[in-house]
Design a protein around this ligand. Structure first.
Ligand code: C5J
Length: 228
């Protein structure tokens, strides 16, 4: 069985049952003028993971492995947006309002779409999700069952919100989850650091973490073996 060197111990997986999950690499969270910036977040904190995720996407595609993308967004009629989420913190600009990139976090609008560097290729699964948990009110579970996927390599933003929530919910559903340390970022570096520690504590209570270089090496080595 192939193995990835990780914290707190090796991550065993099978190439037939693994996918890359890219969480919420959307303009509203990452680009100037997006929702996150309007909330006062320092979006520069999210930039380092962008090229890392692009490399991982390329490597998974080259290896013929599934790449799955989520996007946090809501229906134009806001029927899937709890009032509590819309009004929390009394923000100047609320989800569904008009902003510089269209209506904030509304599916189909420019701001809720993916940044160019990490956008899906045709045929890859894109999961619009109304919550932080990628399983809540989505078809992610059905897709993973259909494709017989049991291990997830997780990337995306933000580490302490949608990434952490999804990893915990995937773990509860029986998936082995490896979070890529430099393939995820938070507006708050200290929250990222604590999240990585919390997920792997107590013998990997939620899962594993490792740097992208380790994942990329394993994928490249396998490709080389296939070629000879
Ligand atoms: C947030 C996310 N931060 N994708 N969403 O609200 O983590």
């Amino acid at each position: 069985m192939p193995m990835i060197d990780a914290k707190p111990f090796e991550f065993d997986f099978d190439f037939d049952h693994i996918a890359l999950l890219c969480i919420d690499m959307q303009r509203d969270f990452i680009l100037p003028g997006g929702f996150a910036e309007s909330l006062g977040n320092d979006i520069s904190q999210l930039q380092p993971c962008v090229p890392v995720i692009a490399k991982l996407q390329e490597a998974f595609r080259t290896a013929g492995l599934p790449v799955i993308h989520t996007k946090e967004c809501h229906k134009p009629d806001l029927s899937d947006l709890p009032t509590s989420k819309r009004v929390r913190g009394n923000p100047k600009v609320k989800i569904g309002d008009h902003g510089p990139m269209g209506r904030i976090l509304i599916d189909g609008e420019e701001g809720s779409d993916f940044i160019d560097e990490n956008k899906p290729l045709e045929g890859e699964l894109v999961i619009p999700k109304p919550g932080k948990d990628s399983f809540y009110a989505t078809n992610l579970r059905e897709y993973l069952i259909k494709r017989n996927i049991s291990s997830l390599v997780i990337t995306g933003v933000t580490t302490d919100v949608c990434v952490q929530t999804t990893m915990r919910c995937a773990n509860d559903r029986g998936y082995d989850c490896l979070l890529v340390e430099d393939g995820t970022d938070s507006y708050f570096p200290e929250f990222k650091a604590m999240t990585l520690k919390a997920l792997t504590a107590q013998g990997g209570i939620v899962g594993w973490t490792t740097p992208s270089s380790v994942v990329l090496d394993v994928l490249a080595t396998t490709q080389m073996k296939k070629a000879v």
